[in-house]
Design a protein around this ligand. Sequence first.
Ligand code: COA
Length: 315
Amino acid sequence: MSLHSRLLGTGSYLPERILDNQELSRMVDTSDEWIVARTGIHRRHLAAAGQGSVDMAYRAAREALAMAAVPASALDLIVVATTTPDQIFPSTACLVQARLGNRGAAAFDVQAVCTGFIYALATADHFIRSRAARTALVIGVETMSRIIDWTDRSTCILFGDGAGAVVLRADQEAGILSTHLHADGSFADLLQVPVGQGHLQMQGNPVFRMAVRTLGEIVQETLAANHMTARDLDWLVPHQANIRIIQATAEKLGMPMERVVTTVADHGNVSAASVPLALDHAARLGSFQRGQTLLLEAFGGGFTWGSALLRWTEE
Ligand code: COA
């Protein structure tokens, strides 16, 4: 009997403090019109002083566990995707595990920048399908505000803070149909925190072009692997970096924007947390129906890119 990962619950957390484009335009030489036209972003959430990735991840995890009706003690795997851990070690996963009161589950972080959640989800899915784990918590969390140069108008307008989480359990019903991961480290210097510096640097235009091309390819790879066409997809749940990148991918798939989950206007780019935040947002609105097919995709620093095809199994 083959086993699959079934998605039992989702959760998310956004910090209270909202920084809108008007306020940003008083900090750097930019405008609401420019930011909205080039990115689709209106506002983003920022962690409070003293609040970090562990705190946000814990809150998202609690919500996901509650929806799944799974006690933290039942988890045997915790994978956290983050580029912005509060500490170099212990891992965010271990610190969240302690806050949740779980003891003994395998717990570790993965680092694939904006593709991090897809990498973490794929990792947990492989653990479950190979019977190395039965019940997994997968979290994407970022405190991007800590690595942003707030005087650089070309990057500080883009990012926000937050966390999203899912609970997976081994089941005969899928769940996760397939996952696809890729990277090409030769592009490292286009999007990075350089050695010895604490701030993100990006060459926005080449990153934009590469993201559009690569995401177009990975959605086709995912469909081909599942012998599907774009008509078999009910929802696209993309990484939320820029509405123009999202629209370009949807257009290549021939998907109307009503079938695309977009949270970029309110969240900005929350890196590894973007996809699970969007997923939880739409799940709690009741957007997904049992049996529907969801394509999750992301692109990020590294470069890294990846996708996951899901069947929604909850009522
Ligand atoms: N406000 C006003 N003007 C700005 C600005 C801002 N916040 N940021 C940059 N500009 C200016 C630039 O200085 C440039 O001026 P110039 O023509 O006088 O030199 C002009 O706007 C165009 O800059 P450019 O970088 O070519 O704009 P763009 O259309 O590529 O948009 C991004 C910039 C960052 C919005 C876009 O490149 C992008 O979204 N890239 C991908 C980012 C991304 O997704 N990263 C994460 C991947 S996970």
